[in-house]
Ligand binder design. Structure first.
Ligand code: ZN
Length: 79
């Protein structure tokens, strides 16, 4: 489970089930466990007003440098 935090106010914004390694470019909405963000139209913001990402329908395109994240990554299951 990844916890995405705002770089400006350090608050927890999203709890996310990330699968696979690598940078977090997108957040798929069906993997979001907890969402404390503020939705203004297609903009996803922290409660402090910091723009975190853009809503693209099924996923959120994350704005790099406005958040950081920590936690564990789920490994892809071998079939
Ligand atoms: Zn914030």
């Amino acid at each position: 489970m990844m916890t995405i935090k705002c770089t400006r106010c350090k608050k927890k914004i999203i709890k996310y089930k990330k699968i696979g390694r690598g940078r977090l470019w997108y957040c798929w909405k069906d993997r979001i466990i907890e969402d404390n963000s503020v939705h203004v139209g297609s903009e996803i913001k922290c409660q402090c007003g910091n723009l975190i990402g853009i809503d693209e329908g099924k996923r959120i395109k994350m704005r790099q440098n406005s958040f950081h994240y920590s936690g564990t990554v789920m490994r892809k299951k071998k079939i």
